[in-house]
Design a protein around this ligand. Structure first.
Ligand SMILES: [Zn+2]
Length: 289
């Protein structure tokens, strides 16, 4: 069994031919041996509006393949533009319509902006984990933080009832105590003492996915460290791809290839592999099975 906690439909690339509809997504899942995928909307944030996929699109797509696809919902924390805005009418509706998480959360705001903290808390009270992207610098989207991720730490501390799922270049750069770049893919050995392992140890509500180039790079730049990291956090790491392109189907996604390598290498126990491949996701989202 393999569950991808981080999938997309819509148009993520500038190339207009790369529009991924639900049929293309299912073809990728079949080609890569993925049984179920969590589908994440992006367009509720103005930063992601061009991506052409909102919560309604996700719910419609998932209804076509209820055995394969799991909907997430998305709300922009600036809706109402107030740190005490009540989002319960939306959260209640999305939850009733089957949404299992909130994300992909990527406004270009500080991680602990009061409007974000307000939404994190309310999502948690509805049992919805928050899957976020972090990207500092002159990029158009992604939550912002300082070196060492103090704003993420603040959110983890003041929102203990909310599970956060970490993702993105700025998050994964902090797997190491040395952070030469906060975007792109830093290379070389991981220096112990990084903010990500420290916060994952300290806060039970910080989980992460393996998705995208950023997750793949963090786990493979220092292969032995990657194995140790997955072993230590085997109860809250989840397989993901973040595959965004229609043309991805012609190859094997690096995250899928890495999952296969982990199986073949036998450096993790079968129990740990199963947790990362699907059991943690099923447990977190209450999927059963
Ligand atoms: Zn994504």
């Amino acid at each position: 069994m393999l569950i991808d906690v981080h999938g997309h439909i819509g148009r993520v690339a500038m190339d207009r031919r790369e529009y991924v509809d639900v049929t293309n997504l299912i073809a990728k899942m079949d080609a890569w041996g993925i049984d179920r995928t969590c589908l994440l909307p992006l367009s509720e944030h103005p930063e992601g509006a061009y991506l052409e996929c909102n919560t309604e699109d996700i719910i419609t797509a998932c209804a076509r393949y209820p055995e394969r696809l799991i909907p997430f919902c998305l709300i922009d924390p600036r809706y109402g533009n107030h740190p005490e805005m009540d989002f319960s009418h939306l959260l209640e509706e999305y939850k009733a319509r089957g949404c299992k998480g909130l994300g992909e959360f990527l406004p270009k705001l500080d991680f602990d902006d009061p409007r974000c903290l307000n939404l994190y808390r309310q999502a948690g009270s509805f049992g919805l984990p928050v899957l976020f992207d972090m990207m500092d610098g002159p990029h158009s989207y992604g939550l912002c933080d300082d070196y060492g991720l103090p704003k993420l730490a603040h959110a983890l501390q003041v929102c203990p009832g909310t599970i956060f799922i970490g993702h993105g270049p700025t998050f994964w750069a902090e797997i190491s105590a040395e952070v030469p770049a906060r975007s792109g893919y830093p290379t070389g050995p991981v220096k112990p003492g990084g903010a990500v392992p420290r916060l994952m140890r300290q806060y039970s509500n910080l989980w992460a996915d393996t998705s995208a180039g950023s997750g793949h790079n963090a786990l493979t730049r220092d292969p032995a460290f990657g194995i140790e990291f997955l072993d230590e956090f085997q109860d809250k790491m989840m397989f993901g791809t973040d595959s965004c392109l229609r043309s991805d189907v012609s190859g094997v996604c690096s995250n899928v290839a890495y999952a296969r390598e982990l199986r073949a290498a036998k450096k993790l126990s079968v129990a740990a592999l199963e947790k990362i491949e699907w059991r943690n996701c099923a447990r977190l989202l209450g999927l059963g099975g």
